[in-house]
Design a protein around this ligand. Structure first.
Ligand code: DX5
Ligand code: ZN
Length: 219
């Protein structure tokens, strides 16, 4: 069953709680919190205080995508704030086992992410230890970017590895996911779809946009 994860990076922060609820009404499966430190990516976004603020507003799982140079520094704060899952990048944590175990030790979900210029096969040694593999479909840092079409072959490669090494592991994509690109990403093997602009910037509103993406993903 495909899952839709609205990225709050694209939401109007003066209405954040209300907008998250509207995506929930549209069948959103989790909330994707894009954390940027201005070093790993050329942008600064939000800290654990946003997860703390959202926690009482929604029952949806809050998954935190750490686009930061030193993820270990931030994990505790986000878990304390109420995060249900932590995703960090292989580029900055080439030996992720210790941090994977740390997050799992808290009973939370853990994911590994990699950028469009990173060889997907390098995640294979860790697939058995994680709940989610995030194949970035843009170079991270900003919402509203165009989906990189070469991503589809990388998603297929990652799907084959997951089927071989850990079929329970989710395959998430993030960046430029919209009504035109979600179908190909799903066909290639993705089953969790992060969308920011296509949900919070859609003229039909976040509820209908979430519902539409679910349908287009095969939900
Ligand atoms: C990295 C972020 C973005 C974002 C999704 O830049 O992870 O990919 O949340 O943005 P949209 O859906 O607007 O491309
Ligand atoms: Zn993200």
């Amino acid at each position: 069953m495909p899952a839709i994860a609205p990225s709050i990076l694209a939401a109007d922060f003066s209405r954040l709680g209300e907008l998250v609820k509207l995506t929930e009404a549209g069948g959103a499966d989790r909330v994707h919190v894009d954390v940027m430190d201005g070093h790993f990516v050329p942008n600064l976004s939000m800290g654990a205080v946003v997860v703390k603020g959202l926690r009482p507003v929604t029952k949806l799982p809050l998954e935190v995508h750490l686009m930061v140079e030193d993820p270990a520094k931030f994990v505790e704060g986000f878990l304390k704030a109420g995060a249900d899952g932590i995703i960090f990048h292989l580029e900055v944590q080439p030996d992720p086992i210790e941090l994977i175990r740390h997050v799992r030790g808290h009973g939370k979900k853990v994911g590994l992410a990699f950028n469009p210029d990173y060889d997907p096969s390098r995640i294979e040694p860790f697939l058995a230890d994680i709940d989610l593999a995030l194949c970035m479909t843009v170079f991270p840092g900003f919402g509203g970017q165009a989906y990189i079409p070469e991503s589809n072959s990388r998603i297929r490669q990652l799907r084959a590895a997951i089927e071989k090494l850990n079929p329970k592991c989710e395959l998430e994509v993030d960046g430029g996911i919209d009504r035109k690109t979600i179908g190909d990403a799903a066909k290639a093997g993705a089953n969790v779809f992060v969308a920011g602009t296509a949900i919070f910037g859609d003229p039909t509103g976040p509820t209908d946009a979430t519902r539409a993406l679910h349908k287009l993903a095969g939900g």
